[in-house]
Write a protein that binds this ligand. Structure first.
Ligand SMILES: [Zn+2]
Ligand SMILES: [Zn+2]
Length: 81
């Protein structure tokens, strides 16, 4: 998924990039063990933006989920196995 807006000054659509926060538990990835979070993340959408720790706006549909941060864009995953 690419947002092709060449004139944009602000970096947006960073939702797919690795961040510093855990999207599942909301703690910093440098602190603690997030092994369980990683497994849960395979099944469930993130609750927190990995870039800014904002609450994500999550939508679940049959076949996919999307999690949106107002600052960093949307992450989307298909849930079809
Ligand atoms: Zn975690
Ligand atoms: Zn964010």
């Amino acid at each position: 998924m690419v947002f092709a807006d060449a004139g944009a000054q602000e970096p947006v659509a960073r939702g797919e990039e690795p961040g510093e926060w855990c999207g599942q538990c909301g703690l910093t990835l440098a602190d603690g063990d997030h092994g369980r979070c990683a497994r849960r993340a395979e099944l469930e959408p993130p609750r927190f933006c990995v870039h800014c720790r904002r609450r994500m706006k999550v939508q679940v549909t049959p076949g996919a989920w999307t999690a949106a941060c107002v600052a960093h864009g949307t992450v989307e995953r298909s849930t079809w196995a």
